[in-house]
Design a protein around this ligand. Structure first.
Ligand code: C5P
Length: 221
C-alpha cells in the first residue's frame, strides 16, 4: 500500500493534461511525473542506437537502462539536454509505437512508481490510474474533442517557430489515439473510478481549479 498521495491524470494526446497536471502539482507543492516523456526518451534513445522501434527485446533493454533525469523543465538523456528533441512529432509517433510493446511498459513500471514521494505526486499519462498507480485517491480522465486538440497542438508548434500543418496534425493525433486505445497492454480508456474533465470550453486555470476542488473533497474524506 502506497501512502504517498497520488493524483493520476490520464487522457489522449494534446488534451492539455501535461499543462494541467503541472499546474496542479505546483499549486499543491507535489512532485510531477510526465510519464509520456519516458516513452519519448525510450524512442529517442532507441533511434539513436540504430534500433527499430518494433524490436521489443532491444527497446525494452534501452528502456530499462535509460540514463535520463528530469531537472526542472530540462530533460537530460545520456548527459545531454533533449527537452526539445523529444517533443518532435516523429518522436511522438515513436513513443506511441514503443509504448505498445509489453516488455517496454514492464521495464518502465517501477521507475514510474519511484516518483511517488512525499508530500505527493501528480502523474500524467495514459495508464496512471489503471496500472501504475491503481490506488491513487484521485483519478482524472482529461480530454477534449479531436478538433480542439489538433488546434492546440498546431498553436504549440507555431509558437515554437516550427512548421505545422493542421490536417497532418489531425491525422497524426487520430493514428496515435487509435494505437493507444487498441493496444493489448494498458490501453487508453477512462477508468470507472476516474472523474471526467472535458476541457473543450475550459481554460488551463479553470481546469486546474476543477482538479484542485476534487482533490480538496478527497483530502477531507
Ligand atoms: O503524453 P505524450 O504525448 O508525451 O506521450 C507519448 C506517447 O507515449 C503516447 O502517444 C502514448 O502512446 C505513450 N504513453 C503511454 N503511457 C503513458 C504515457 C504515454 O503509452 N503513461
Amino acid at each position: 500500500m502506497n501512502l504517498v498521495p497520488v493524483i493520476a491524470i490520464d487522457g489522449p494526446s494534446a488534451s492539455g493534461k501535461g499543462t494541467v497536471a503541472h499546474g496542479v502539482a505546483e499549486a499543491l507543492g507535489f512532485h510531477y511525473l510526465d510519464s509520456g516523456a519516458l516513452y519519448r526518451l525510450t524512442a529517442l534513445a532507441a533511434g539513436r542506437r540504430g534500433l527499430s522501434w518494433d524490436d521489443e527485446v532491444a527497446v525494452a533493454g534501452v528502456a530499462a537502462a535509460l540514463d535520463a533525469r528530469f531537472d526542472g523543465e530540462t530533460i537530460v538523456l545520456d548527459g545531454a539536454d533533449v527537452s526539445s528533441a523529444i517533443r518532435s512529432e516523429d518522436i511522438g509517433v515513436g513513443a506511441s509505437r514503443v509504448a505498445a510493446l509489453p516488455a517496454v511498459r514492464a521495464a518502465l513500471l517501477q521507475r514510474q512508481r519511484g516518483y511517488a514521494r512525499m508530500p505527493g505526486l501528480v502523474a500524467d499519462g495514459r495508464d496512471m490510474g489503471s496500472v501504475v498507480f491503481p490506488e491513487a485517491p484521485l483519478k482524472v480522465f482529461l480530454t477534449a474533442s479531436a478538433a480542439v486538440r489538433a488546434a492546440r497542438r498546431y498553436q504549440q508548434l507555431i509558437g515554437r517557430g516550427e512548421a505545422a500543418d493542421l490536417a497532418a496534425i489531425t491525422a497524426d493525433l487520430e493514428t496515435r489515439d487509435a494505437r493507444d486505445r487498441a493496444r493489448s497492454v494498458s490501453p487508453l480508456a477512462q477508468q470507472a473510478d476516474a472523474l471526467l474533465l472535458d476541457t473543450d470550453g475550459l481554460g488551463i486555470a479553470e481546469a486546474v481549479d476543477q482538479v484542485l476542488a476534487w482533490w480538496r473533497v478527497k483530502a477531507q474524506a
